[in-house]
Design a binder for this molecule. Structure first.
Ligand code: EPU
Length: 416
């Protein structure tokens, strides 16, 4: 298992290019199941989760031609509308094949994802929405068996806001008979990016970017070209890294308009952030000020940035508190940060962070994707050596993070 060795205390300077968004690329790849024509995708990030999704889709018969970050998908030969447990257990986002398979082929067999490191994460809303559209669903032997001769448009109000739930139901509704109203829809930019691709494929969708999507079903979708939106969480992670370690970095290929709250919080922490059309410059020369926040759905503070800001708060000049409202168990990084000398206490869903002047490097363990990113940030800012184990979690969602950080002057290397 690979590890990362960081010798902390170096400022970050230079330029870094941000990749396409993981959480947009994953549903967008599944949209390849919705048409027999070709989808041309660019800015697809080179990540382990993307590779897992490609493997899953290929075994269903989707053809994928790959040239770096450009992919051509063809769904004229899908012959196995199934997602086996062996794949779903390694990546929950595999559930995103359910809506498109059912909409185009009238059947799907998809393993139920199990629990996960950050929370129980049920998929009841995906199932409830598809049933409302007329699907017969049975759960047996850990699998979801779904059938519908033709899905029918209807009004669906999800009990809570769910990102992949909205994406699954949207991909089902575009090929349903009649109109679907999707209320309480997630407004995350990645949902909007998927919707834009579907429109380019011939879908009729109104309300993109809002919490009410109105979909007029069409009989078939055609091929299209699409560029995956910039990864706002990778962007935010690099911004936090500079704020924690100090330095002056230009980030290229970014979208600042989908990062308002994150940028505001970094400015509150004392970072100077200047934005341009598709680039951003972040400068930090002093000790960070503490910033408190609650995670919420977009456009609020993203849960996927909670751990990284926690690392920044550990070294801040004062105390802060952070409340996680999306996932019940997303504090696995806290014990590891405390091993580096941080002073964090958890009370229910809230973490109280007492800023300390220095962190001291130590061996730590990555437990999930964003927890790994927070340990990297803490390691960059700590004195001495930090050895991070189990960084396969990091590779799931960051494109060669250690290479990008080395190019910015960090002393970081992968140990095989
Ligand atoms: N929920 C239910 N029932 C459902 C669906 C969701 O109870 O049917 C609950 C979840 O348990 C959770 C809350 O609703 O407490 C929100 O979950 P959501 O469904 O929005 O999360 P997700 O779609 O599974 C996506 C991202 C996550 C990100 C969350 C929240 C993808 C592939 N994953 O997950 O990304 O944290 O939305 O923004 O888009 C990551 O990239 O590190 C990551 C975990």
């Amino acid at each position: 298992m690979d590890k990362l060795l960081i010798n902390g205390g170096k400022h970050l300077t230079g330029e870094v290019t941000i990749a396409g968004a993981k959480n947009a690329a994953l549903p967008i790849l599944c949209a390849g199941l919705l048409t027999a024509d070709t989808l041309q995708l660019s800015n697809v990030p080179r990540l382990q989760d993307v590779a897992t999704m490609e493997k899953l889709l290929r075994q269903m018969g989707l053809s994928i031609e790959k040239n770096g970050e450009v992919l051509a998908l063809n769904g004229s030969d899908i012959n196995k509308p199934e997602a086996p447990y062996e794949m779903v257990k390694t990546m929950r986002a595999s559930i995103l094949v359910l809506g498109p398979l059912l909409a185009r082929f009238g059947e799907a067999k998809v393993s139920l994802p199990g629990g996960c490191a950050i929370g129980s994460r049920p998929v009841d809303q995906h199932i409830k929405g598809l049933q409302a559209m007329g699907a017969e669903i049975k759960i047996e032997g850990g699998y979801i068996y779904a059938r519908a001769k033709k899905l029918k448009g209807t009004r669906i109000v999800t009990d809570m806001i769910t990102v992949t739930g909205t994406e699954n139901l949207l991909m089902a509704a575009v090929l349903a008979e009649g109109d679907t109203e999707l209320e309480n829809a997630a407004r995350e930019p990645e949902v909007g990016d998927l919707a834009q691709l579907l429109v380019a494929m011939g879908a009729q969708i109104e309300g993109i970017g809002t919490d009410r999507l109105f979909i007029h079903g069409v009989p078939a979708l055609h091929g299209a070209s699409h560029t995956v939106i910039a990864d706002r969480i990778e962007t935010g992670t690099f911004l936090c890294a500079v704020a924690a370690a100090g330095g002056d970095v230009v980030l290229r290929g970014v979208r600042h308009d989908i990062l308002d709250v994150v940028i505001d919080k970094l400015r509150e922490a004392g970072a100077v952030v200047n934005v341009n059309e598709d680039s951003m410059r972040v400068q930090m020369s002093a000790r960070a000020k503490p910033v408190s926040f609650r995670t919420t759905e977009y456009p609020g503070f993203p849960t996927d940035m909670q751990a990284q800001f926690m690392a920044l708060n550990c070294l801040a000049d004062g105390n802060s508190h952070v409340t996680e409202t999306i996932f019940e168990n997303r504090y696995m990084h806290v014990q590891e940060l405390n091993r580096l000398g941080a002073a964090i206490e958890i009370d229910g869903h809230t973490a109280m962070i007492q800023g300390v002047p220095t962190l001291i490097g130590a061996p730590v363990m990555a437990t999930d994707l964003r927890a790994s990113a927070s340990l990297v940030i803490a390691g960059l800012a700590a004195q001495g050596e930090t050895l991070i184990d189990r960084i396969y979690h990091l590779d799931r969602g960051y494109d060669r993070m250690e290479v990008k950080l080395s190019e910015l002057g960090a002393d970081i290397k992968r140990i095989k």
